[in-house]
Design a binder for this molecule. Sequence first.
Ligand SMILES: Nc1ncnc2c1ncn2[C@@H]1O[C@H](COP(=O)(O)OP(=O)(O)O)[C@@H](O)[C@H]1O
Ligand SMILES: [Mg+2]
Length: 243
Amino acid sequence: MQHLISLVNIVKSFGEKGKKLKVIDGVSLDVDEEFLVILGPSGCGKTTLLKIIAGVEKPDEGAIKIRSNTTYGFVFQSPTLLPWLTVLDNVALPLMAKGVSKGIAREKASKYLSLVGLHGFEDFYPHELSGGMKQRVNIARALVVEPTVLLMDEPFSQLDPLTAEALRAEILDLWLSGVTTVKAIVMVTHNVEEAVLMADRIVILTPRPAKIVKIIEVKLPRPRDRRAKEFQDIVDKVYEYVS
Ligand SMILES: Nc1ncnc2c1ncn2[C@@H]1O[C@H](COP(=O)(O)OP(=O)(O)O)[C@@H](O)[C@H]1O
Ligand SMILES: [Mg+2]
């Protein structure tokens, strides 16, 4: 079957002639119906690569092929909720921007808020929520457009460790239960253990400019036990390739 997304030899630089900063240096990658994690050090070009996949940033060279009917939901690294809108209206907003009526948009928003565990918080404002709850709203807002591909940029990096771990488990449950429209998740992180916990495949990038060093398949059954020897063996293997 055709890949969901194919990146072919993507190259991207920022800046003007003379002081050009090369950020992506020839990345080729196929994404199938899977949980794909892109792992690399801070500043290596992960966010840029995710934006290129989403089509919000154009590569200088290379091509992106996308299976027809592919649509994206994007979870940004830092919360980007509008403070003057309720939780419900923040989640309904992407649908209303597409011309969906307020009633239907709110109905869908309410459904996806329930899926991320926020039933009962529809009328709250963002400032009344904890960091973890805000990130749940962000995830609901990405899901409400019923995308086939969910792109997540370090979605747990701003959360305290316990909240992050709980949310990771919930995202995996949501993904595995198949209750959403999402066929593939592409998540960016610099956290090796998180990558091994969540991914079907881990794409390891070099420091800037990003190139692919290695792709590691993680075949451990879920839920995965961080303390298991098999888990640690894969963590060790990944560390061999990160610099
Ligand atoms: N719009 C931009 N204009 C100029 N430089 C940028 C822009 N976006 C990112 N960069 C630079 O590209 C490099 C990679 O950034 P980014 O993709 O955000 O890395 P990561 O997400 O891996 O931390 C950084 O050095 C950053 O400063
Ligand atoms: Mg980034």
